[in-house]
Write a protein that binds this ligand. Sequence first.
Ligand code: SF4
Length: 245
Amino acid sequence: MGASKKKKFYNLKSDTDDSVTFPAKNRFRKENIDTVIAKITEYTKNVKAPVMEFVKIMTNDPFKILVGTLLSSRTNDNTTSKVLANFFMNVEKADDINDMSVKELEELIFPVGFYRTKAKHLKELPIVLKNKFNGIIPETIEELVQLPGVGRKTANLVMILAFEQPAMCVDVHVHRISNRIGIIKTKNPLDSELALREVIPLKYWMKYNFILVAFGQNLCKPTFPRCTICPVEKYCEKYSVNLRP
Ligand code: SF4
């Protein structure tokens, strides 16, 4: 197939490019959402789970889940696992951080992504918790985002993992894959969160992030997704997909 024909169906630019075009044929249908989620769930049973699922298995402590979620951002799962194991050997509860300097925290969490910024946020965490929330991890998204370094993605994940409340956690995988398939058509993660809340049935909210992260790490990767072996290929619009030449 020549380059001009390919462009009719697939945009060849990056996911973040605004000039994307939709495929000539709309393949995704809203009524297929249960099938698509069932097939992705089935696929992810046989692949490695995202690190935060393991954290949840190990602890129900909201403080540990919050710290794990913060440190896992922009960090690969292997590094996150090692750093968290070491961190929780030194820090059991938020107040333990009061005795540590930012420099000590940096050394403890190195080499997670943005470790200097995250160390500063960790240092502020027990102070903000005490001043605003009586030392207790709050249980709403609106309150969680008032904690240092906590954005909507982290807050939604903490709601799911720590408090077992349905929430829609949108990270790069969820944003990318939901748009590729055609479930939503959005430009940024916040718009995706709002759009997914409308279209994804509530019963799937708690697992939607985990299955899409595992799916995105193993099959629907940022570049060159493995469409030829994908279980949802026939439902997918492949919007903005960069196919292997
Ligand atoms: S791997 Fe390809 S077919 Fe499957 S969801 Fe991703 S873009 Fe769609």
